[in-house]
Ligand binder design. Structure first.
Ligand code: NAP
Length: 243
């Protein structure tokens, strides 16, 4: 039977590229989205024209009920989930002293709680099946911290902590859990940056360029095929952050 994957936040950016890459590996993909319905439909149609069928599923995965519905859909239709990619994320740029509790709830729930909830819901099935691969998309800012992005940095550091702890707890069930921590990747998330700002950032990166969604999807492909990597934070950042 085909492998089954859920990719969260797959209507745009990195998630979309990951979903495409997995679908091209003959993996049955359930591409989750929340607000970008038209983009999700367009993505599904584009793949269909190449004879690749993916499912799209609307769910706000920062809410337990929605996350449960997404997982239920996958289990009812396919009976199992082999791969979970927790990709959903939002960024926020604000002075620490101006952060409100609402900001905390929004960023932490969207980035960290969604990852926690999805891991919990999906791992119940993976434990039963005695196999699975979970990849959480974190960020270099969870490793080194970012000024004016305190909540984002907290959420991503939390994801890496979750990855390490889960790798230990779920390893005996043959479930591998890893994080990919990107540097700067060319997506909507960075569309607020001017060309000058991008040029300044490039000067700080040893490889002198920003990354593409393909750079991240390529690592996902490798991790999905691998059998002995778990609990690792793999940072793909052009050498920007070296730990
Ligand atoms: P993006 O282009 O802004 O796309 C974000 C995706 O997340 C969209 O598909 C969006 O779906 C989905 N999403 C957001 N909130 C959601 C929710 N509550 N439920 C379901 N889907 C939700 O972002 P990106 O750059 O591809 O980032 C993907 C991941 O990589 C994030 O975790 C981000 O933190 C991380 N990352 C990105 C960079 C970078 O430079 N781009 C660097 C480091 C880490 P809808 O539009 O359908 O709502």
């Amino acid at each position: 039977m085909d492998k089954i994957a859920i990719v969260t936040g797959a209507s745009r950016g990195i998630g979309r590229e990951i979903a495409k890459t997995l679908a091209n590996m003959n993996i049955k993909v359930i591409a989750n989205y929340n607000n970008s319905h038209e983009q999700a439909i367009k993505f599904q149609t584009e793949l269909k024209e190449k004879n690749i069928n993916i499912d799209i599923f609307k769910a706000d995965v920062s809410k337990r009920l929605d996350a449960e519905k997404l997982v239920e859909y996958a289990i009812n239709k396919y009976g199992k989930i082999d791969i979970l990619i927790n990709n959903v994320g939002i960024s926020e740029y604000k002075l620490f002293t101006e952060e409100k509790d609402e900001d905390w709830n929004k960023v932490i729930n969207t980035n960290l709680y969604s990852t926690f909830v999805m891991c919990q819901e999906v791992s119940k099935n993976m434990i039963k099946e005695k196999q699975g691969c979970i990849i959480n998309i974190s960020s270099i800012w969870g490793i080194v911290g970012s000024s004016m992005e305190v909540l984002y940095s907290i959420s991503k550091a939390g994801i890496d902590g979750l990855t390490k702890a889960l790798a230990k707890e779920l390893g005996p069930s043959n479930i591998r859990v890893n994080s990919i921590a990107p540097g700067i990747i060319n997506t909507d998330m960075n569309k607020n940056l001017s060309d000058e700002e991008i040029d300044e950032i490039k000067k700080e990166i040893p490889l002198e360029k920003i990354g593409s969604t393909h750079d991240i999807a390529r690592c996902v492909k490798w991790l999905v095929e691998d059998e002995y990597t778990s609990g690792q934070i793999i940072s793909i950042n052009g050498g920007w952050v070296i730990t």
